[in-house]
Design a protein around this ligand. Structure first.
Ligand code: NZQ
Ligand code: ZN
Length: 389
């Protein structure tokens, strides 16, 4: 096994009723709370009323920062940081999914930094050593696992770059995770988030080492859990067991545990992020379009792992198949699952209408050092072209 250091600073409170039980205590030492959220789903499903009631009862000064959009922009980060400074917020409480959590992490850092935060944090990682404003999150949709990592994926619309990285100081101090809060997530978003979980696991699984290691075994169990529970939650969105499992699968995929000792690929994420920077597409849906085509490009270079994937995750019997046939059958099973759960399979379905833009998008994608097959900009463009329609 490769050497590693592991730490995760977020304290998780998981389960039905956790917000009622713990929020007062967790915000006890802060007087001005900046309450940040998205486009208003929390007002419809009652989460907003519940949280504000608890904070008011505890005598907090609550300053609201609503309207965080899916694929949060750098502009929104700057607005949030200006507000946090102006009202002297003691902490930020983010309620939502990856977009809200990422934006809040970015705000928590920008509010404590006077330099050019885009250049010094996202463009040139490693320069900032600032202690961010304390952040707590209440998770309302499973998918990114942002609640337990230091990633803040932000879109700079001017520069057409969507990027993030895991900065441990940005781990939220606490994460409240009540699976019943995810019941109201529309099915399209639930499956998109579910696929994002699967993608995080696959992007880690399909990378070296190939020899026996704990991470690969854990990931096979997690992938089976995501597939099984997503199928159940599609049939019954209020199945508590399925929603709980998906919520924890999501955290487990991105809390660094499975990455220990692994090289990690994340080329599909590199490609999806740039697709998002140019088209503002939905993250999980973009990944669903890219993965099967990307794997058709790389499976020969990672044959032993793709054979394991087919047998251990999809239960495909060898039945006289060669390694290559078995590996291809595993990738086909993934593509079939994407169709089964109703995710898009082409860039056109995703809303990308301009084929000529693909060259520029491909040229802007990062190239992963952890892929079984090192991509070139030309091959990335080929993949985009094959995904188009
Ligand atoms: O904005 P509101 O009205 O709240 O609606 C949201 C939004 O429209 C809705 N929603 C969330 N909880 C709901 C709900 N609707 C009804 N009931 C609820 N309980 O869902 C929509 C999508 O929310 P969003 O936060 O955008 O989704 P997701 O969690 O998929 O986050 C996507 C963002 O996270 C980034 C993505 O790139 C994208 O920007 N990622 C962050 C990562 C990280 N920090 O570790 C890793 C990922 O790979 C990813 O890049
Ligand atoms: Zn993702």
């Amino acid at each position: 096994m490769n050497n590693f250091i592991f730490q995760n600073a977020t304290k998780v409170y998981f389960g039905k009723g956790c917000v009622q039980e713990y929020l007062t205590c967790l915000t006890g030492s802060y007087s001005t709370v900046m309450l940040a959220y998205g486009g208003g789903s929390i007002k419809k499903n009652g989460i907003y009323g519940e949280v504000v009631g608890i904070l008011e009862k505890a005598g907090k000064t609550v300053v609201e920062f609503p309207g965080i959009m899916a694929n949060p922009t750098y502009q929104k980060v700057l607005e949030g940081a200006a507000l946090a400074k102006e009202v002297h917020a003691d902490m930020i409480l983010g309620i939502g999914g990856g977009s809200v959590m990422d934006c809040c992490k970015a705000i928590s850092l920008a509010a404590r930094y006077d330099g050019d935060i885009w250049e010094d944090f996202w463009a040139r990682p490693g320069i900032i050593q600032t202690e961010p404003l304390p952040l707590g999150v209440i998770v309302t949709v499973a998918g990114t696992g942002s609640e337990c990592n230091g990633g803040a994926v932000i879109t700079n619309t001017e520069k057409k770059i969507k990027t993030g990285r895991d900065y441990p100081k940005l781990n939220p101090k606490f994460a409240l995770m009540d699976p019943t809060y995810t019941y109201s997530v529309p099915q399209k978003q639930m499956v998109s988030g579910g696929f994002d979980i699967l993608s995080h696991i696959m992007e880690t699984y399909f990378s070296e080492p190939n020899e026996d290691n704990v991470s690969d075994d854990l990931m096979e169990a997690l992938m089976k859990s995501v597939i099984r529970n997503l199928r159940i939650a599609i049939k019954n969105p209020t199945d508590y067991t399925a929603r709980s499992n998906l919520m924890w699968d999501s955290t487990m995929a991105e809390n660094r545990i499975i990455k220990m000792g692994k090289k990690c690929d994340f080329e599909c994420h590199n490609m999806e992020h740039q697709l998002g920077a140019y088209t503002d597409c939905n993250h999980g849906c973009g990944l669903a379009v890219l993965h099967p085509v990307y794997y058709r490009h790389i499976y020969r270079e990672g044959l032993p792992k793709f054979v394991r994937f087919a047998e251990n995750v999809w239960g495909i019997a060898r039945d006289g198949k060669s390694d290559e046939e078995l590996a291809a059958a595993g990738s086909d099973a993934l593509a079939d699952f994407i169709q089964e759960i109703g995710l898009p399979t082409t860039l056109k379905e995703l809303g990308v209408s301009n084929r000529s833009e693909l060259q520029e998008i491909a040229g802007s994608c990062g190239i992963s050092a952890g892929s079984y097959k090192k991509m070139t900009k030309e091959e990335i463009l080929e993949i985009f072209q094959e995904c188009f329609e």
